[in-house]
Design a protein. Structure first.
Length: 342
């Protein structure tokens, strides 16, 4: 990105005729512009790569690729740079091509210094206005980004607090999401997830059951078997979770993990009946950790299994409920997992 002190202005002059180049450089310096000079379009690009200037003044006819190519190259690589084209009278069509390609002004040879001065002043004034607008837009974008981040942090903090409140209403599920998150991150280490993946998985695991806010307590804590209607309500909680979080979490990987953490490899899961690799990776990880914690925690309708028995269940369901490769990763970290049974 071009960063310019708006109190000064530097110009790149491009002309293969030494006399014309000297006239343009001397005149610009006399008007208090700093200058660098090139004798070809290729040389100009090299100079701009080393020292990008806000204004380029270029001849059209030069050895090599020429002025029209240079205008297009500058516009492609440095769209904020202002361009003035110098051309002979018979090249006016090419000059118009340059204007269409993004040049700001052109004037004709032989060089008339007053025309050159007017073009420089007009171009530099326009550039200053545009740069001030760009800086103002960047300031607004930064402000909006900071406020969005603050609102998002506040919202997620409230959601996490709600998750804890939901779980603590029932001693059977207290701490469930925190444990699932720890199990998932242990697997992530074995699986070689990078930092960005671990952060996304961590958030998805922490919030995976937020959709249970839409399921009545009487159903969640029912000591006996659920009716078909009650089971349908329970099976909506991944969808509810995705819907609740969509306004503040825009990452599809996280949302898909929350929606898909009850899918099964054989397609018998819910809510979408996905199977195999159709199930998002994070969802496949979370479902193992979620099931293990559920098995090793007492519930209203059954007692807790021992860690060894729970691992036998996980192992037996590899290929039907769980992805076999992820089961192997879970079995590898299982000996180091905290076993917080209720």
């Amino acid at each position: 990105m071009l960063s310019v002190d708006l109190a000064t202005m530097t110009v790149t002059v491009v002309d293969d005729e030494p006399l014309a180049q000297d006239v343009l450089v001397r005149a610009a310096r006399a008007w208090h512009y700093d200058c660098q000079a090139a004798s070809s379009a290729e040389h100009a690009v090299q100079l701009l790569e080393e020292n990008l200037t806000p204004i380029v003044v270029t001849d059209l006819r030069m050895p090599g690729r020429g002025g029209v190519w240079l205008v297009r190259e500058i516009r492609r690589r440095w769209p904020e740079v202002a361009i003035i084209v110098v051309t002979a009278g018979h090249d006016t069509d090419a000059a118009i091509d340059c204007l269409n390609a993004g040049a700001h002004h052109y004037f004709l040879k032989p060089i008339k210094l007053e025309e050159f001065r007017h073009a420089l002043e007009t171009t530099s004034h326009t550039y200053r206005l545009e740069e001030e607008n760009r800086r103002y837009r960047r300031h607004l974008e930064d402000t909006v980004a900071r406020q969005t981040k603050k609102v998002r942090h506040t919202f997620l903090s409230a959601i996490e607090s709600l998750v804890r409140t939901l779980e603590e209403r029932d001693r059977y599920t207290a701490g469930h999401s925190a444990r699932v998150r720890r199990y998932c991150l242990s697997m992530a280490r074995i699986l070689g997830f990078d930092l960005k993946q671990r952060r996304r998985l961590s958030l998805a695991a922490k919030l995976h059951d937020i959709g249970k806010i839409g399921v009545p307590d009487a159903i969640l804590n029912k000591p006996g078997p659920l009716t078909a209607a009650e089971m349908d309500l329970v099976r909506q909680h991944p969808v509810i979770g995705e819907r609740v979080l969509t306004p503040v979490i825009h990452n599809r990987e996280i949302l898909a993990a929350i929606r898909g953490h009850h899918e099964r490899m054989d397609g018998s899961g819910y809510p979408d009946g996905l199977c195999g690799s159709e199930i998002p990776l994070f969802a496949r990880v979370i479902t193992i950790a979620d099931c293990y914690d559920a098995l090793t925690t007492s519930r209203a309708y059954r007692g807790a299994l021992s860690p060894a028995d729970a691992l036998d269940v996980i192992r037996a369901d590899a290929g039907t409920h769980f992805e076999p490769g992820l089961v192997e990763a879970f079995l590898e970290v299982a000996p180091c997992l905290p076993h917080e049974q209720v």
